[in-house]
Each structure stands twice: as C-alpha cells, then as structure tokens.
Design a protein around this ligand. Structure first.
Ligand code: HEC
Length: 143
C-alpha cells in the first residue's frame, strides 16, 4: 500500500530537491527542452525510454508505470492528455488526500519557477507549459 504522502512525500521531496534544484538544472531562466526535462526529472523512475525500471524504482510501493503504453491501455485507444495533466501536476491529489508515490510535480515546478528556472514571467503558466511540453514528449513515446 502507498504510504501516507505527508510523511513520505516530504522526505522524497527534500531528496529530489537536493538533486533537482541544486543539481544539473540549467541556471538563470533557460528553458530545458521537454526531452531534457524528462531525462532530468522523470527517467530516474520511468526509465530513459519511458518504459519503467528507472534507477530509483527500488523501494517504491508501486512500480512506475510504462509511459509508452498510455494510449494502448486507454479504453478508446486515445492518448489520455486530460488525465496526464492531473496526474503529473498532482496538487489536486494532495488537496483530496490521495496517496501517491509520484512526486507532486506541480509543486516542484512551482518552486523551480519561483527560483527563475524554466522561465520567470507568468509563474503558473510556466508550470502549466512545462507540464504540457512533458505531455507532448510522452505522446511521442507511445507505441
Ligand atoms: C520517484 C519516482 C518517480 C518519478 C521521479 C516520476 N514518477 Fe511518474 N509515477 C511514479 C509512480 C510510482 C507512478 C504510479 C502512480 C503512483 O503511485 O503515484 C507514476 C505515475 C505516472 C503517470 C501515470 C501513468 C498512468 O499509467 O496513468 C504519469 C503520466 C507519470 N508518472 C509521469 C511522470 C513524469 C512526466 C515525470 C517527470 C516530471 C515523472 N512521472 C516522474 C513514479 C515516479
């Protein structure tokens, strides 16, 4: 069973931020390409190719799903863009007290935006745009 987000989430978040914000992030408002962002933020769990089995999957109570089969697994065979917006952002899950192993990217990207990473102007639209671009990239991975 997933563990309560308030405890585990905080530990994971600080761990991520240690490597994320102060790591290899491009400095000073440069926007990363969606592919670079995916490699940087997502591949540790979902794998470089999006098929799961990244290096950090060990110890998670839920295995990171294969992100290349999202259309194929969807009932109508379409790419579930709407759902991905909610899942990746994750802030709705916190408000609704939904357990998740996935980091809450809406929050992390917000912090990045506050520090001027990923384009400083309209902060909430920056977060949205970054998520949209990641979704576009994930769409290209579908098989
Ligand atoms: C710490 C490991 C981890 C990282 C890093 C991570 N994810 Fe996830 N992701 C998961 C897990 C585990 C799930 C399964 C749902 C859950 O338990 O939260 C998931 C679920 C998802 C889903 C839902 C897939 C489905 O089948 O519905 C999407 C989409 C997704 N992640 C995208 C991303 C993106 C984009 C990034 C980078 C910005 C990312 N993930 C980074 C662990 C991770």
């Amino acid at each position: 069973m997933p563990i309560c987000i308030h405890r585990k989430g905080a530990a994971l978040l600080s761990l991520l931020l240690a490597s994320h914000t102060f790591g290899a992030a491009p400095a000073g408002g440069t926007e990363p390409s969606a592919e670079a962002d995916f490699r940087f933020s997502c591949s540790s769990c979902h794998g470089e190719d999006g098929r799961g089995a990244g290096a950090k999957t060990f110890g998670l109570s839920v295995a990171p799903p294969d992100l290349t089969m999202l259309s194929a697994r969807n009932n109508n065979g379409r790419f579930p863009r709407e759902k991905l917006r909610r899942v990746i952002d994750g802030r709705e899950d916190i408000r609704n007290h939904v357990d998740r192993e996935m980091p809450v990217w809406g929050q992390i990207f917000q912090m990045d935006a506050d520090e001027g990473f990923g384009g400083a102007d309209a902060v909430s639209s920056t977060v949205r745009q970054r998520i949209e671009r990641l979704i576009d990239f994930i769409e290209t991975l579908q098989r």
